[in-house]
Design a protein around this ligand. Structure first.
Ligand code: FES
Length: 156
């Protein structure tokens, strides 16, 4: 279900905690699993649960709580737009409107060509650069519609 490389990474995360608390590595383990597969299917979460001696439901609870995990397939690039208070006050609505118009999708959807998925997320701790979004693992701040076009043009 996971490559030797991913399993070695998870082992390194588990080693950071006392043996009786290996479930504390669940956040990292889910990241590693998602990085390899692109999203977290139920069988993949069950597999992670097995690695950490957890009940599957405990892993589902973590995976469904945080917006950084994807429980269904996503496009090649995931745009995580922050709509929390600082970003809202600094124009995240305009950015959302622009993204919807340009990509033809709403939150939770993927473009028909599979290039982009748009997600709504809570504060990503970059409020000083609001409005902002994260694409894959890169932060882009002080967004304007023109800046969004510039960024997306480079990814298409
Ligand atoms: S409110 Fe958007 S990054 Fe904090």
């Amino acid at each position: 279900m996971l490559s030797q490389e991913s399993l070695a990474k998870i082992d390194r995360e588990i080693a950071k905690y006392p043996p009786e608390n290996k479930q504390s590595a669940v956040i990292s383990a889910l990241h590693i699993a998602q990085d390899e597969h692109g999203w977290l299917s139920v069988p993949l979460m069950d597999y992670v649960a097995g690695l950490l001696d957890m009940r599957p439901i405990q892993v589902y609870e973590v995976a469904s709580f945080y917006t950084m995990y994807d429980l269904k397939p996503v496009g090649r690039h995931k745009i995580s737009l922050c709509t929390n208070i600082s970003c809202l006050l600094r124009g995240s609505d305009d950015i959302l409107g622009h993204l919807k118009k340009r990509l033809g999708i709403d939150f939770g959807e993927t473009t028909p060509d599979g290039r982009f998925t748009l997600k709504e997320v809570e504060c990503l701790a970059a409020c000083g650069g609001a409005p902002m979004f994260m694409i894959d693992k890169t932060y882009y701040e002080n967004l304007t519609p023109a800046r969004v076009d510039e960024i997306l043009d480079k990814l298409e």
